[in-house]
Design a protein around this ligand. Sequence first.
Ligand code: UD1
Ligand code: CA
Length: 456
Amino acid sequence: MTVKTLILAAGQGTRMRSAMPKVLHKVANRSLLQHVYDTSQSIDNNEVIIIYGHGGEQVKQALAALDAQWIEQKQQLGTGHAVLQADSLLNNDDTVLILYGDVPLLSKESITGLLQHVSAHSMALLTVNLDDPSGYGRIVRDSAGNVIRIVEHKDATDQEHQIKEVNTGILAAKGDKLKAWIAQLDNSNAQQEFYLTDVIEMAVNEGIEVKTSQPECPDEVMGVNNRKQLSYLERVYQNLQADKLMAAGVTLLDPARVDCRGGFDALGQDISVDINVIFEGNNSIGNNVKIGANTLINNSIIADDVEILANCIIDNASIGAGSRIGPFARLRPQAELAEQVHIGNFVEIKKATVAQGSKINHLSYIGDASIGSKVNIGAGTITCNYDGVNKFRTVIEDGAFIGSDTQLIAPVTVGKNATIGAGATITKDAPASQLTLSRAKQLSIKNWQRPVKKES
Ligand code: UD1
Ligand code: CA
């Protein structure tokens, strides 16, 4: 059995007041449409069809990597009309699932629960009970409690307006049935649209039972029509991520002030996360890691017992066990730190390896470099890796000591256990185990007098 998942995404989204199509707006740094697509990937034998319209080219371009068929709905004449556009791609024995590109948080559990209701004799409809159902299609049931039809808010009587059970729009049915029903839709209603919801009454008239289920949480079926709803769903999503982190054994000092805009390849025990920490991309974090306030961690690997102090940026970097980073440190892509490394305040590391036990504690730039083990790099050390055109590497071997305020003009190598005196400008390789200095000799001038102001 193949499941054909139709994602309706042709709506304009006027209320976003955006130059960008609505479904490209993001929750947790992933577009709304990508969320729906990703969730659909949990379904076995699933093929995705996306119905696009407004800003279609932009949507297709942004999401070109999706394994999906794209069908254009040139005019948006209603949800039933949208489904009709995919008619030729639907086979009789498919199970057809209808999802929406602007409803990002539907869970896979809700989808699998729904699909279980689909058979030759039944179709499935996801409903939800709302305290304020206004605007939504209402689920009309008979006295025995069976669904008999859906009535849209604009077509409903005062009595029907009292119904709190509403249509989420999400439904599933066998292909042969759905194809026959959508062929019969008309637009004789208040909005002169081809309503997908009219298939419910057709099903009932044919003796097909409409089985309903509800999502665990109503927020799963909330759509995005404006930026306020977008921000609401961002918070809902972030609360879920915080719950997952805590369930996995992470201490969050304030679960309302952590943001996960990606996932974790690994998550150790007893990680502690202070406030305003942002996780992006895929991170891997070991046991007993402490992360200080106001820190951004993107696509990085952090081993056991690492301490990251406040206000750091860790971007595509890896940090070995027992290292201490920050406060105010910036690890840029390909910063690879071994165990027990110390990186202090206002230190930037880029495309550099730092071996075990080395310390770069204050105000330094280390780029395009290999730093050995047990190296001590003094405050204000700069690897001058760029001549304006090309980049060159600096090599500092094990046990070297680099005095403060040193510039290393790459390409250059500092040998094992070498010492560089403070204030040096190193343009040639510094030999192992020797002291290398490059500074003018200090001299003092006796009897020197400060100039005095001339009388006018
Ligand atoms: C629809 C349902 C309503 C339900 C509500 C839930 C119908 C007739 N009504 O109403 O019962 O309570 O959703 O939110 O189905 N779309 C297209 N092409 C179109 C029209 C819509 O792709 O021609 C897409 C939109 O982009 C949107 C979705 O379908 O994502 C829903 O369309 P919308 O017009 O918002 O439907 P509602 O009037 O809210
Ligand atoms: Ca809507």
